[in-house]
Design a protein around this ligand. Structure first.
Ligand code: 3PG
Ligand code: CO
Length: 555
């Protein structure tokens, strides 16, 4: 059993209020016109970099530093906040699924055996994000799953696709659908009745998160389960091409569609006796659908029909809710997070963001675990996000409101740690709207300033960092770092995250003058932050945590 007691730090005093600010999607990159952090007015963050060289540095936020399969994997909020909160690097969903597919273990596990029971008479439905973004899902994993399922007896397969354009370039959906159609054609030649059955853009259909807007999930349900959608097509390639041709259409927001046969009948509604797998490994944007597919009692929208199916997630998405109860691959076991240690050592904790990032500083931070460790010592505040808009329309989002709540919490004297996520750089960066992203970065900078002013007032300490890059680079580039032009000679807007490192800054009146960043941890990454924060609360970090970034000098 775990010894939760953290030893006192020999040189760092206790009882300072520590403000931990995560700027979502805020990386460090060269100064050019597509760097929205550079081109926006961000005087506060700029001053940290300029004025305190021993207390500002860069840390890694992508690839193996956050448990992803390769160094070509950009960072993301799930793995980023997991690393920040857990202080260790865990092999993440993307990698665990790769391993399970490569070894064939996925087809021998409990989850697969469970759904396989339906293969004799039922249809296997695969629902998920169709791209090679590697943030929520990956095309090659879907391909291997299709192959393996058919080899293990699936005779009728329906794929319900969600187009991306957020973790990959907008417009890339057409190519992904063509690739999938080719694979399904090959399966058909082998006698498997395999087809795409429905689709829609990820941000408008199915992949909502943190219960921001259940209508998104309902639109998906209607298409996937009921076989109903405002658009009907004979093929998915045609669907995506036609819907993209509408004014202002993009992959992220394509409306829902179903594929119909010669008689205009949907080819793949989900019915009694079928098996369903949600192929995303990442949790946040699958939890809501998982609830709709699994819970007998459910009243957030009218499901009309609740088919008796066997349902498995690619992973189990919520360790606390044990949701879904069946899954193909076991999730990383992210235990003994810094949040749990600190609460068990009496640190009163406040966490806050707006809805679209709320679970990042709570659920992801705590190792994909929902709820409090100790409700007497913790308070998590969610500020409702705007619903039904794209965030370039409101690039300031709720930055001021988050700043105000944090400030209140700091000044209240009721908390030892105040932890927030400021979403603007990321959420607006994902829209690809450069002007709006600049406004977003400015708003984020102002919110940080507000919070740090409050930390100054109470004599506290601050730690400001980010979970991964996004707003610092808004254009696709070649290896040399120059914009990569498309066949028409145009730049290609990068809506996705990046491979860039992120800044971390420490400071505040409570930070003793002899505390600074160590010089010998050049390879430090997000996982080194947890021990750092634990130290700043006056404790030694657990021995197996990645080392703290700070040192206390003698002078
Ligand atoms: C999303 O889910 O919005 C993107 O795929 C990844 O963004 P996040 O990792 O910043 O949440
Ligand atoms: Co993002």
């Amino acid at each position: 059993s775990t010894d939760w007691k953290l030893p006192d730090h020999q040189k760092i005093a206790k009882n300072k209020v520590v403000g931990v600010v995560v700027l979502d999607g805020w990386g460090e990159y060269k100064d050019d016109q597509y760097n929205c952090i550079h081109t926006a007015e961000t005087p506060f963050m700029d001053s940290l970099k300029k004025n305190a060289p021993n207390r500002w540095r860069l840390i890694k936020a992508h690839g193996s530093a956050v448990g992803l399969p390769t160094e070509d994997d950009m960072g993301n909020s799930e793995v980023g906040h997991n690393a920040l909160g857990a202080g260790r690097i865990f092999a993440q969903g993307a990698k665990l699924v790769d391993l399970a597919l490569a070894s064939g273990k996925i087809f021998k596990g409990e989850g697969f055996k469970y759904i396989k029971e339906c293969f004799g008479t039922g249809t296997l439905h695969l629902i998920g994000l169709l791209s090679d973004g590697g943030v929520h899902s990956r095309l090659d994993q879907l391909q291997l799953l299709l192959k393996g399922a058919s080899e293990h007896g699936a005779k009728r397969i329906r794929v319900h696709i969600l187009t991306d354009g957020r973790d990959v370039l907008d417009g890339s959906s057409v190519g992904f659908v063509e690739t999938l159609e080719n694979d399904l054609e090959d399966l058909r030649k082998k006698g498997v009745d395999a087809r795409i059955a429905s689709g829609g853009g990820r941000m408008y259909v199915t992949m909502d998160r943190y219960e921001n807007d259940w209508d998104v999930v309902k639109r998906g349900w209607d298409a996937q389960v009921l076989g109903q959608a405002p658009y009907k097509f004979k093929s998915a390639v045609e669907a995506v091409k036609k819907l993209r041709a509408e004014p202002k259409a993009n992959d992220q927001y394509l409306p829902p569609f179903v594929i119909v046969d010669e008689n205009d009948k949907a080819v793949g509604p989900i019915v009694d006796g079928d098996a369903v797998v949600t192929i995303n490994f990442r949790a946040d944007r699958m939890v809501m659908l998982a609830k709709a597919l699994e819970y007998e009692n459910f009243d957030t929208f009218d499901r009309v029909r609740f088919p008796k199916i066997r349902y498995a997630g690619m992973l189990q998405y919520d360790g606390e809710l044990k949701l879904p109860s069946h899954y193909l691959v076991s999730p990383p076991e992210i235990d003994r997070t810094s949040g749990e240690y600190l609460v068990k050592n009496g640190i009163r904790t406040f966490a806050c963001s707006e809805t679209v990032k709320f679970g990042h500083v709570t659920f992801f931070w705590n190792g994909n675990r929902s709820g409090y460790f100790n409700s007497e010592l913790e308070e998590y505040v969610e500020i409702p996000s705007d619903v039904g808009i794209t965030f370039n329309q409101e690039p300031k989002m709720k930055a001021v409101e988050i700043g105000e709540k944090a400030k209140e919490a700091i000044l209240s004297g009721r908390f030892d740690q105040i932890r927030v996520n400021i979403p603007n750089g990321d959420m607006v960066g994902h829209t690809g709207d450069i002007e709006a992203t600049r406004v977003a970065c400015k708003a984020a900078d102002e919110a940080v300033k507000m919070i740090i002013d409050a930390i100054e007032q109470v004599g506290g300490i601050y730690v400001i960092t980010a979970d991964h890059g996004n707003a610092e680079d808004m254009v696709k580039r070649n290896k040399a770092g120059d914009p990569l032009l498309d066949k028409n000679g145009k730049i290609q807007i990068l809506t996705s995250h990046t491979l860039q490192p992120v800044p971390i800054a420490i400071g505040g009146p409570g930070l003793a003058p002899n505390i600074r960043f160590r010089q010998d941890l050049a390879g430090g990454g997000l996982a080194n932050v947890a021990a750092t924060v634990i130290n700043l609360h006056g404790f030694e970090a657990p021995k197996d945590y990645e080392p703290s970034l700070i040192e206390v000098t003698d002078s």
